[in-house]
Design a binder for this molecule. Structure first.
Ligand code: AMP
Ligand code: TRP
Length: 328
């Protein structure tokens, strides 16, 4: 079986954009590939963060992933910092990565601008850590959103450079682009749903009434029905397609086409569809979080398996780069 790796950052407020854009895709992939999925906590410290919140966020994200259908018996689910070899490989690969390439990364430029108290080297080197995550498992495929394509291209470049400078070691990983549409902000459907915009998202742990209320308040565009949809209406239809039965989607599409759609009805049904989908995931997440020791044990099991694979690769890399001393 071919191997897939992906990572998601524990930066809080996991929302339905993350669920539809990443998590649900992973759940499908685990049946077709040998899968490793990782809560990338080393990435989460590249921007300002609260140390006392970090562990909680790691566990919340891991619990949400399991509750959403990632099966730890089928998939290697683990936390990045449990496999310290990711950091070791990052250093080794840092020494063959050009500063210019890192400075050209769109996400680096955007995030650097937002760091008020100075930009640390970790933010610039973030894509090398991401490359190490992938290459340490010699993953062939990486499910990502389009915002990560540039980082994946850099990963391929690093792999190529290593292979030519030292020894043929790494496959060049290919992206698996998420087919789900980008989910837009509920309160401003021209920008994407994001954890950093209050009011834009439905969080995975929002209760039923909060979900209903947020959908009721979602911005629609008053323009004429029948023709091209405005961004707000389009976004509601995207969500309906993701959460509701196809015949319900058809019914509302037909109503839109003949200009008889009542947005209140659409929102009512959409709210219920999201509640139906999210309630069991939320319940399961809370159950898992109520027993943190068990959750940590599951993640530790994943990490032990991942670490064996990672250690093999790092040993190979050290050897290829000329390190001969035993590891103490
Ligand atoms: P982020 O929270 O931005 O780090 O994203 C984590 C994952 O969720 C990435 O794979 C993103 O592509 C995906 N994601 C985040 N926001 C959205 C959105 N509004 N629509 C679809 N996917 C998203
Ligand atoms: N940078 C990715 C993001 O912000 C997260 C990530 C870290 C990742 N390491 C990875 C994704 C390896 C895929 C593969 O979404």
């Amino acid at each position: 079986m071919q191997r897939v790796f992906s990572g998601i950052q524990p930066t809080g407020n996991i929302h339905i954009g993350n669920y539809l854009g990443a998590i649900r895709n992973w759940v499908e992939l685990q049946h077709k590939y040998e899968s490793l999925f990782c809560v990338v906590d080393y990435h989460a410290i590249t921007v300002e963060y609260q140390p006392e919140q970090l562990h909680k966020r790691v566990l919340e994200l891991a619990a949400t992933l399991i509750a959403a259908g990632i099966d730890p018996d089928k998939t290697t689910l683990f936390v990045q910092s449990s496999v310290p070899e990711h950091a070791e490989l990052t250093w080794l690969l840092t020494c063959i990565t050009s500063i210019g390439a890192l400075e050209r990364m769109t996400q680096f430029k955007e995030k650097a601008e937002r760091q008020k108290s100075g930009v640390f080297a970790g933010l610039m080197n973030y894509p090398i850590l991401m490359a190490s995550d992938i290459l340490i498992y010699k993953a062939e495929f990486v499910p990502v959103g389009d915002d990560q394509i540039q980082h994946l291209e850099l990963t391929r470049e690093i792999a190529r450079r290593f292979n030519t400078m030292f020894k043929e070691t790494f496959p060049e990983p290919q992206p698996i682009l998420t087919k789900a549409a980008r989910i837009m902000a509920l309160n401003d459907p021209t920008s994407k749903m994001s954890k950093s915009i209050e009011g834009s998202y439905i969080a995975m742990d929002d209760d039923d009434d909060t979900i209903r209320k947020k959908i009721r308040r979602a911005v629609t565009d008053p323009g004429p029905q029948g023709g091209e949809m405005g961004p707000g209406v389009k976004n509601l239809f995207t969500l309906l397609e993701a959460f509701a039965e196809p015949d319900l989607v058809e019914k509302f599409r037909a109503e839109y086409a003949n200009q008889s759609l009542r947005y209140a009805d659409l929102k009512q049904e959409l709210g219920e569809a999201i509640v139906t989908a999210l309630a069991p995931i939320r319940e399961r997440t809370f159950e898992l979080l109520a027993k943190p020791d068990q959750l940590i044990e599951i993640l530790d099991g994943g990490a032990k398996h991942a670490r064996r694979l990672a250690q093999e690769t790092v040993a190979e890399v050290r050897e290829a780069m000329g390190f001969k001393m035993p590891v103490a």
